[in-house]
Design a binder for this molecule. Structure first.
Ligand code: AP5
Length: 208
């Protein structure tokens, strides 16, 4: 799943993985899990993520490759937010060379004004990590998780300065992957504006 910050990659990746019964991972979630457990990797990642810049390739590639190794032989998997640089894409191609590489890169296209609305209203449960949105997907009680009744927080990198930086980094380092996968004939572009259900249907059609 490829797309700018707030495109709905995480929301849709969870739904697709449930539908296709395959494991999925978000590199951002892996980093946040390390931060919650206060590992050395988590501390390194936090110093980059809070400012909205990418964690260095070497650290990211090792972490995601470990996850892939533990999840092979299960009929496929879905990566959300990885690869995010040409270096990461080449490392992934190399790692999957024996199985012909990834099947598809799905690019979720959403205009920047919509992305800003989505990111600035996002709330995340500090315990079970369920995501909400103040307007588009509000919890039943303000700032309380419907599932585990824990307090909801804003992500550090959803503050205005970090959002601006993430958009800039996306344009410079991640958007070139659209051309990379187009040349390989593996890109599918999906309109990421609309209801979560409608976008989910478009994505499943693109994957068919
Ligand atoms: P990461 O956590 O991957 O953040 P991101 O790519 O910026 O993506 P987001 O999680 O913000 O958005 P999303 O597209 O998943 O949208 P979501 O479904 O959440 O990465 C964070 C950081 O980690 C990076 O900046 C970097 O530092 C580091 N990192 C991660 N991967 C890396 C890598 N490979 N290499 C190096 N560094 C890496 O939706 C957003 C909001 O919109 C939610 O509130 C949701 O409820 C709402 N929403 C979703 N769909 C809709 C809809 N259709 N209509 C209305 N609202 C919607």
């Amino acid at each position: 799943m490829l797309g700018p910050p707030g495109a709905g990659k995480g929301t849709q990746a969870t739904l697709i993985a449930e539908n296709l019964k395959i494991p999925q991972i978000s590199s951002g979630d892996l980093f946040r899990d390390h931060q919650d457990r206060d590992t050395e990797l988590g501390r390194v990642a936090r110093s980059y993520m809070k400012d909205g810049v990418l964690v260095p390739d070497k650290v990211t590639i090792t972490m995601v490759m470990d996850w892939i190794e533990q999840n092979t032989g299960v009929g496929g998997f879905l990566l959300d937010g990885f690869p995010r640089t040409i270096g990461q894409a080449k490392a992934l191609d190399q790692a999957l060379a024996n199985s012909g590489g990834i099947d598809l890169a799905i690019y979720v296209n959403v205009p920047e004004t919509e992305l800003i609305h989505r990111l600035s209203g996002r709330l995340v449960c500090s315990k079970c990590k369920t995501q909400y949105h103040t307007i588009f997907a509000p919890p039943s009680e303000p700032c309380i998780c419907d599932k585990c009744m824990t307090e909801l927080n804003q992500r550090d990198d959803d503050k205005p300065e970090a959002i601006k930086k993430r958009f800039q980094v996306y344009q410079e380092e991640t958007a070139p992957l659209i051309g990379y996968y187009q040349v390989l004939g593996r890109l599918r572009e999906v309109n990421g504006v609309g209801s979560i259900e409608k976008i989910g249907e478009r994505l499943l059609r693109a994957l068919d």
